[in-house]
Design a protein around this ligand. Sequence first.
Ligand code: NAP
Length: 516
Amino acid sequence: MRTLRSYVEGRWHQADAGFVPLHNPCTEEPIAQASSAGVDFGAAYEHARETGGAALAGMTFAQRGELLAAMSKALYQKRDELIELSTLNTGVTRKDAKFDLDGATFTLSYYAKLGKSLGDRTWYAEDEGSQLGRSPRFWGRHLRLPRGGVAVHVNAFNFPAWGLAEKAACALLAGMPVISKPATSSAWVAERCAEILVESGALPAGVFSLICGSSGDLLDRLGERDVFAFTGSADTALELRGKPNLLSASTRVNIEADSLNAAVLAPGLDREGETWNVFLQDVTREITQKTGQKCTAVRRIFVPHDEIDEVQEALCERLSAVVPGDPRDAEVTMGPLATERQLDDAIDGVGKLAAEAQIVHGTGERVDGRGAAPGKGWFFGPTLLRTDRAADVIHRHEVFGPVSTLCAYGGKMQQAAAEVGRARGTLVTSLYVDRAADLTAYLAAGGSTSGRLYVASSKVAAQLPGSGTTLPAMLHGGPGRAGGGEELGGLSGLTLYQQRVAVTGDRALLDRAGAD
Ligand code: NAP
């Protein structure tokens, strides 16, 4: 069985105790083990801060961009191997593995280009500034300066490559060394990504470290210059964001937590039109892609009450074509859930939803997977529920699997916006709408309850990537229960890792000092 290692202080560390097993979700067989026992977290932190920090401080944005480009290239060159490993470690189909890996390499290369465009600088002014005195001589502007600390990244299990890469891209480009901790259940993929990066020779000493297993007392060491970026469940986030040292030092904390994302079908769409088609296609994919284990998956589908029967029929027909099973079988279109706990949580979660909504597709129970031994594997079929009345639990409970609920609304976009808002903040809401008046009504009534609005209409239907695809140029994060965090979004993705400083003084002096 493979024993995963951590990469700290510029070398690989293998524990000899305290192991947690990783399983093949299709067979339930143990395939690897992870532990961070014996890691000296104090030394790991200092190495990153001093050695990695100094290396990045000596590099311009353009040079850091070259580093990201080399990281992207190294991972891309091992794409096929990583796809195989993802399937073994997390049970994903090849298509879903590519989604994770291509997301990782694309985001790295996006930020590599951004670094190139920022050029031979290590910081910049974010605005031209304002006149503050009687004459234009007394001037003020805001600078984005490096913070000088360490970025600790704790990631969720569902995107072992993308999660690692998207956070690392922003931190490294901003000039902050990274210590990344993947979720243990999918840490083999993250460990292999780290090995590839180390072997590529692209990483200057100390700029990137990896912890496989527990993060030990690493988070307790973070102070005022550091950043803690977390992706995972709201419960874990609540526990970690309240650590006394993080609060007392005002450590930057960014939380990406769970999210009851919504899709809204505007009333009266043409059944022959592209918007209607793209709605059915998107929603089906967002329920089943990565077996619904996506923070951006659609959990609630809002449909005008007089159209809900038709939508239910069309969605059930599409979901019937989904084949859950072991992705090594060519007929399989959806893999298992990643762990036994995820399966138990999904069964329990559908039970909760079914108290207020009716299951109209699927069983809410484990199923046998095609190509897998009977009774083995954490398989769960696509499940659709429906509610025509004001259910409550669907706005409170996230089932992290291929599960979504169809909900009727009165047919006015303001009503849909109010229903979407009941989840108290989401990452993404997709709007299927062709009339500007409907979009205006939604924006005015509740546009700000989601971090991202994905507006699907007939004129752009052919170009849409799907509402669950996070694009590096656009913000990822959402208010309220989605964690309140902000990641990516082009240049603004760097701001978490920079200090914003207001500088006021003689404009000519500021310009000559490079603060222009
Ligand atoms: P999780 O159980 O909260 O774990 C997330 C991460 O936190 C893992 O790396 C886990 O490590 C670590 N962790 C748990 N307890 C910890 C502690 N006391 N100290 C330090 N680290 C700790 O979440 P998950 O099951 O991996 O992911 C599923 C959830 O993530 C879903 O709710 C989903 O919505 C959310 N998610 C959100 C986003 C987003 O961008 N908003 C993206 C993906 C997923 P171990 O694995 O070693 O326990």
